[in-house]
Design a protein. Structure first.
Length: 278
């Protein structure tokens, strides 16, 4: 089993939310619940106010540096539309798409549009124009979809999507590969609440069970989704969990690949089996 690590970029600054949505007040309500329930320290609280004054919600560079140390080739998903608390501008997205390319990171779309072919197509074209890429993949923000989303994504030309959370091997919809993923930070650390309700050891125990399950199901790829915003000392449990996870998988000698490499591997297997049949 190989490992595909990806990062959804949901926020870049605090100011992008001012007068647009309630992300910032909700974030601090959550912070005080976590403080009063003993899940975060006073230092983390101060660090979060520090981030607010620095107007910094992303930790893309720090995360990229950490990934590099462990030979993790990550994929970042970034939005070019706004919605559901994703409020940064196209100019901000454009800056980070270029920056991520310079950091040798794969970058694809964090999608907002999931309901109609026309809107999915417009978003695809917009991302293609801004990123100047021909091979484009996607993950929907909040993994939203309806019964037509995946087939419409395939029709507009996405090479892959990773919006399904399940213990399934990658499968094809038209010419598009769907990569189900199994491990997401928020589901482990927050669920069933909307704030951190578990400590690090509980998260580690649950993660080990998920990895065992993926082995047991013989999955070719283990999919991991970690949000870059949590790779900081303002979110110690989140950051420590991710560091533990990458160190644990490395110690198990598991190989990390990005989506592009995985698609190439899958396509060559399909071509090989077609040749054998002929
Ligand atoms: Zn998202």
């Amino acid at each position: 089993m190989k490992v595909i690590v990806s990062h959804d970029i949901d926020h870049l600054t605090f100011s992008e939310h001012f007068l647009k949505d309630l992300i910032v007040p909700k974030y601090f309500v959550r912070t005080y619940i976590e403080l009063l329930s003993g899940k975060i320290s006073v230092i983390e609280l101060f660090n979060r106010y520090g981030d607010l004054f620095k107007n910094k919600s992303q930790h893309i560079e720090e995360l990229s540096q950490f990934n590099k140390q462990y030979n993790v080739p990550p994929t970042f998903f970034i939005g070019v539309n706004q919605g559901l608390g994703l409020s940064y501008s196209i100019n901000q997205a454009e800056y980070w798409i270029k920056r991520l390319s310079a950091l040798n990171c794969e970058v694809h779309l964090h999608g907002i549009e999931f309901e109609s072919f026309e809107k999915i197509n417009l978003e695809f074209q917009l991302f293609r124009r801004i990123s100047e890429q021909n091979i484009i993949g996607t993950r929907m923000h909040y993994i939203r979809k309806n019964e037509h989303t995946f087939s419409n994504m395939a029709k507009v030309g996405y090479v892959f999507d990773s919006s399904e959370m399940s213990f399934k091997a990658p499968y094809k919809i038209g010419d598009m590969w769907e990569f189900p993923f199994q491990i997401m930070d928020g589901y482990l650390i927050e669920k069933p609440k909307q704030w951190q309700c578990k400590n690090l050891n509980q998260c580690i125990d649950e993660t080990k069970k998920l990895i065992d399950k993926a082995h047991h199901e013989n999955l070719p790829y283990l999919g991991i989704d970690f949000h870059d915003r949590y790779f900081s000392n303002s979110h110690k449990t989140w950051k420590n969990w991710y560091v533990w996870l990458i160190e644990f998988l490395s110690s198990q000698k598991m190989e990390f690949v990005n989506f592009k490499q995985a698609v190439e591997e899958l396509e060559s297997k399909v071509n090989h089996s077609q040749k054998v049949q002929v």
